[in-house]
Design a protein around this ligand. Sequence first.
Ligand code: DC
Length: 222
Amino acid sequence: MSQPRIPVIAIDGPTASGKGTVAQRVAQQLGWHYLDSGALYRLTALSALRSNTQLSDQERIAALAATLPCSFSGAAVRLSDLDVTEAIRAEEVGNAASKIAVLPAVRQALVGLQLSFRRAPGLVADGRDMGTVIFPDASLKIFLTASVEARAQRRYKQLIDKGFSASITDLSRDLEERDARDAQRAAAPLRPAEGAFVLDTSGMSADQAVAQVLRWHAQISA
Ligand code: DC
């Protein structure tokens, strides 16, 4: 008899849509593990930037991704011995992550690491291709989105709260460029998975979005 698969809730969507906050809180409420797959692309991008690797050098970046010396404990992210929790959130690193994420060999190099997060009792996975490519058998698939204005406001607040400087105009332009790159790339483009519930959080609080995801989870588990 085949083993029941460990359940996965896949939450995909564009940058600054609130997926990270919602996914983390859903994981906390259910007592499940959490995968921030964007952090893996950001860690790879940071390694490339720090080693002066060209962001188009697919082979070298895939090698960096395949051997990422990263570890996660709670909200803290480490690369080798360095705490890079804040460093990977910088806009420069996010933009570099979006550039290296178009490279198929880099995406392939990160598959095994992402699958290794699937541990009992369950996983909430956040990214762009969680429901389409990495966990196509996810029990619940959600596409979380919000208007560019709402996302730029949220990202602005996050950056200012963390002590980074930011401009709404620059952030909106960067978001639109990044959305276009994430959605138009050939490898695992950003799009709702088949059967995904679409949740537009523009006028919603994080609490309301979490409550909606938990309602859908309860419905499909009933
Ligand atoms: O979610 P984020 O902003 O931390 O992700 C950073 C970049 O990584 C994003 O612009 C696209 C890429 N990414 C991806 O291609 N696939 C994922 N599953 C997660 C992130």
